[in-house]
Design a binder for this molecule. Sequence first.
Ligand code: HEC
Length: 88
Amino acid sequence: MRVWHWLLTGMLGCSAVWADEDVAKGEALVKAKCVACHSHDRLLKLVVRTPEADRAARLETFLPNHNAPSADDRKAIIAYLFDVVRPK
Ligand code: HEC
């Protein structure tokens, strides 16, 4: 999974590999801010609807105007969403 991580962080334009804290923070944020409107399941379906190659970019453009205006929060939310949908 390392290669996948590097590829993705490269696409997002940041140098650090996502830390577990980001994933944990993202999970808390998603539960607090996102699942009131679309359930957790629905949210994951919305995420995987975008082809994998375009997913990170789409979330980066979409979320600033969609309940995640803070760049830090967004990074954590995206880290969490990718962690959850990633084939294990
Ligand atoms: C006020 C209600 C509301 C809140 C809060 C909300 N959303 Fe949404 N979101 C929607 C609606 C409505 C849609 C339209 C898609 C659907 O459910 O059919 C949508 C669509 C999306 C999509 C699909 C975008 C696409 O590719 O077209 C994503 C991803 C998403 N939301 C993520 C989030 C995240 C992450 C949060 C929390 C930071 C969040 N949403 C909070 C209502 C909300």
